[in-house]
Write a protein that binds this ligand. Structure first.
Ligand SMILES: Nc1ncnc2c1ncn2[C@@H]1O[C@H](COP(=O)(O)OP(=O)(O)OP(=O)(O)O)[C@@H](O)[C@H]1O
Ligand SMILES: [Mg+2]
Length: 335
């Protein structure tokens, strides 16, 4: 048996295991069925060899010394160094997408390698990042269905510093119904992320405003959740559903899942109600709430119209300063 090792990770692989936190993937070349299909027939001499004869189901003789096992490893891609953060809140319009995009862009400016995953059939994150028309390009939808390689579907956004986006569009809207009877559907996104060739520091997942199958997939694939809450709503009401779901996922699907932060967004200091809401959130999530509060800011609202993040559109705005500060807090917490 020949064993080759290579640094590059390839798809598809036949299996994988981890040693000291490093993924080792393997691929078996010249498998028994390659012989039986006639693609790599043993020579007459090999046929008569008695070195390692083995009988297949069809009664053919194969020489296992001709089987090569190729190990792919990637020393940069240690299992625990990629932080996967899901932006979740089933309440709509609380700045999940805006925060995922702008925090992702800020992390890239801070020198981190970033992948943004659009898991919302509305495709808002993709559009905000400037990927408006995806035509027949593969999207998150094809990736989770196993019809496309995640590495082929990723696009690069040339922001102030580049970052990657796994885009989606309305095609994703069929996913929930299509996946309902697929066994192990909760782990489909996690498995797709396991196939990433690039070693990202951060993967940020933008979820839809619902606790549906897609959101469960995100929770299963993530280390932490970031909960954006808009100061103008009574946000703790919405959490009454979210927190039990997180507990359920922790129990059944992803033991390591934790709350990575609660981010107060769309704050308006002129509204007296907003102050009360901040106190309520800080009281309930004392350790988790970010020190930075994202205030209402017209530049933040305008940037998506141009397919730009806040650092491309208005780098000197208060909105850019705020998202830069949150990204720094995330780096302090997560590394
Ligand atoms: N700090 C802010 N100041 C002003 N407008 C903002 C701010 N943050 C977000 N917005 C605007 O609020 C709207 C909702 O934001 P966003 O789409 O990010 O919310 P969401 O939680 O992702 O919504 P959905 O639940 O529909 O996915 C958008 O029009 C966005 O531009
Ligand atoms: Mg959104």
């Amino acid at each position: 048996m020949i064993v080759k090792t290579t640094r590059q990770r390839r798809n598809p692989v036949d299996g994988k295991f981890s040693v000291n936190g490093i993924y080792i993937c393997f691929r078996v070349e010249n498998k028994l069925d390659d012989f039986s299909s006639g693609r790599d027939k043993p020579s007459p001499k090999e046929k008569s060899s008695k070195s390692s004869p083995r009988r297949s189901k069809k009664g053919e003789r194969h020489d296992l010394t001709r089987t090569s096992l190729t190990l792919y490893y990637n020393t940069e891609r240690e299992v625990n160094t990629m932080r996967v953060l899901a932006f979740v809140n089933q309440k709509g319009g609380v700045a999940k997408t805006t925060s995922a995009l702008n925090i992702g862009a800020a992390l890239a400016i801070e020198g981190k390698s970033v992948l943004l995953v659009d898991l919302d059939p509305q495709g808002s994150l993709s559009k905000c990042a400037g990927f408006r028309s995806l035509d027949d390009d593969p999207t998150t939808y094809e990736v989770i269905k196993g019809d496309a390689d995640i590495n082929q579907a990723i696009k690069t956004k040339q922001g102030v510093k580049p970052y990657d986006v796994l885009p989606t569009d309305i095609r994703m809207s069929g996913a929930e119904i299509e996946l309902i009877s697929v066994p192990g559907r909760d782990t489909l996104l996690k498995e797709a992320l396991d196939g990433l060739e690039k070693a990202y520091d951060y993967v940020l997942i933008d979820c839809s405003p619902s606790l549906n199958i897609l959101t469960l997939m995100a929770l299963t694939a993530s280390n932490k959740i970031i909960i954006p809450v808009a100061a103008q709503y009574m946000p703790l009401d919405g959490m009454a559903q979210l927190l039990p779901t997180v507990e359920l996922v922790k129990k059944r699907l992803n033991k390591g899942l934790a709350i990575g932060g609660v981010l107060i967004t769309m704050y308006d200091s002129r509204r007296s109600m907003d102050k009360g809401i901040i106190e309520a959130i800080n009281g309930r999530f004392t350790d988790e709430t970010f020190n930075t509060i994202i205030k209402n800011n017209s530049k933040i609202a305008e940037a998506p119209t141009y397919g730009k993040d806040i650092f491309e559109y208005a780098p000197k705005s208060a909105g850019a300063d705020a998202y830069r500060a949150v990204a720094k807090e995330i780096i302090e917490r997560e590394g």
